[in-house]
Design a protein around this ligand. Structure first.
Ligand code: HEC
Ligand code: HEC
Length: 400
């Protein structure tokens, strides 16, 4: 009798949840919104048609997204000669560290970067582990773990070029110059790219001229990165009414979006389908803050110590190791941390409400449910989307 009663209650709850979800859906998939940015002559606007209306896209006025620009950007993204070298040992491309099969993160199983710890051609390690390149066009809060690359960035780069480190357009400059990436020189990289006649046509189609400049290279790569969009996880399909969640996934969803597990304050919800707020938060992992690349290093605001950008949980299944320093190798380790190991410090975000008890203290079954829900955020079609893949895998300069 009791069991039956419980079952009925669950049904009523599911129905209520379904109604709420339908409502949220209205704000969710606004399909086929038109690109308001003007297109250049002879190019074709790239239409962003998912997640949020295009009005909320972070695209600089001087770099409208075109199909031709995106195509060029895809070639450059995979081209190891961006390092400014042609020797096999000295090739480095965006794809060397950002692998499609790992949601454009490095991943824990990279053949060269053990446990996801990347380093540059000089052997110098990057200060943090990589971040996934996924739905970044909707982020207005700043890029990188500490938000250094943002529209508010006033720091003048220490280079004689017009890179401003304010948007995705700056990542090519950074890769070429950074000592922990290429440690190279802009002119040399541009010259090497320009030697390949294939690019003459691609630049003409994208920008109306065969002239190859670092500015155009950067713009094209940024255009491509903005098109790396995920919208086809099991949970997305559930929201569109195309599939059902299992009871365990549903219970996990409920834990995630209520105060019991309290993940939704920072990591999104059906109404915030990026699965991150993109805000900077201290999630109660540490009490000593010695990393000189945290949010504090950008803002110099004492309260920002130990803060990092909240990572998206989309495709979290594929992006180990976890946290800015890759401390956790598995999702279970992350969940155990949130369950029993939260540490109090004056810097912990007030939204981390479970910190007062030291964790969520969920049962083993509840942890299983929460993890089952997290796995519904996996979008394997993103990992296999041919539009994002290496356009010339047979070319030795293109990173596999
Ligand atoms: C040597 C490895 C390496 C290479 C090569 C590399 N990256 Fe990264 N990338 C990283 C790391 C590490 C981070 C995280 C940096 C941080 O915040 O400390 C990162 C972060 C980013 C981010 C920020 C993502 C976010 O959510 O804020 C973008 C965008 C990005 N890279 C794009 C690129 C592009 C485009 C290229 C090629 C021009 C490139 N990367 C080349 C390692 C690399
Ligand atoms: C107060 C905001 C906040 C809350 C609440 C919160 N997180 Fe986080 N989460 C973060 C931040 C910030 C990071 C990155 C911290 C770092 O890199 O040191 C993070 C990292 C993660 C990561 C690693 C992601 C990656 O790509 O490395 C996972 C997984 C995660 N959180 C899951 C959860 C789950 C599940 C919950 C609920 C039990 C939760 N978080 C609650 C802010 C929060």
């Amino acid at each position: 009798m009791n069991v039956l009663h419980k079952h009925k209650g669950w049904r009523i709850f599911s129905l209520a949840l379904f109604v709420c979800i339908q409502f949220a859906t209205i704000t969710y998939f606004v399909s086929c919104a038109t690109n308001k940015y003007t297109k250049s002559k002879n190019t074709h606007s790239y239409i962003f048609n998912i997640l949020y209306p295009t009005d909320s896209l972070n695209i600089p006025e001087n770099n409208p997204t075109t199909k031709e620009g995106v195509t060029l950007g895809r070639y450059l993204f995979y081209d190891g000669r961006l390092s400014g070298r042609t020797h096999t040992d000295s090739l480095l491309s965006c794809a060397s560290c950002h692998r499609q099969s790992r949601s454009f993160e490095c991943g824990i199983d990279h053949p060269k970067y053990k446990e996801g710890k990347t380093f540059g051609l000089t052997g110098i390690p990057t200060p943090h582990v990589t971040m996934p390149l996924i739905n970044l066009a909707w982020n207005h809060e700043g890029y990188m773990w500490n938000g250094f690359v943002s529209k508010e960035n006033k720091q003048k780069p220490n280079i004689p070029y017009p890179a401003n480190y304010q948007n995705l357009e700056s990542f090519v400059w950074m890769m070429i110059i950074a000592p922990h990436e290429c440690n190279g020189n802009i002119e040399q990289s541009v010259a090497i790219i320009a030697q390949d006649t294939m690019y003459h046509r691609l630049f003409r189609e994208a920008f109306g001229t065969e002239e190859i400049t670092i500015d155009k290279i950067s713009k094209a790569v940024a255009q491509f990165v903005r098109t790396l969009i995920s919208f086809d996880s099991k949970f997305d399909k559930f929201m569109r009414g195309e599939t059902q969640l299992t009871d365990s996934e549903m219970r996990g969803f409920f834990l995630f979006t209520t105060e019991k597990a309290d993940c939704f304050h920072c990591h999104g919800s059906p109404a915030e389908p990026l699965w991150t707020s993109n805000q900077f938060m201290n999630n109660a992992r540490d009490i000593d803050f010695t990393d000189n690349h945290d949010r504090y290093s950008v803002t110099h605001d004492e309260l920002d110590k130990g803060k990092y950008r909240v990572p998206t949980l989309r495709n979290i299944e594929f992006t180990a190791p976890y946290m800015h320093d890759g401390q956790y190798k598995t999702l279970d380790e992350v969940l155990n941390f949130y369950n029993t190991s939260l540490k109090r410090s004056p810097y912990v975000d007030p939204l981390m409400i479970n910190v007062n008890h030291g964790g969520m203290f969920l049962s083993e079954n509840e942890l299983t449910d929460l993890k089952a829900f997290l796995l519904t955020l996996s979008d394997t079609s993103f990992l296999h989307n041919p539009a994002y893949s290496n356009p010339m895998p047979e070319n030795p300069y293109f990173i596999k």
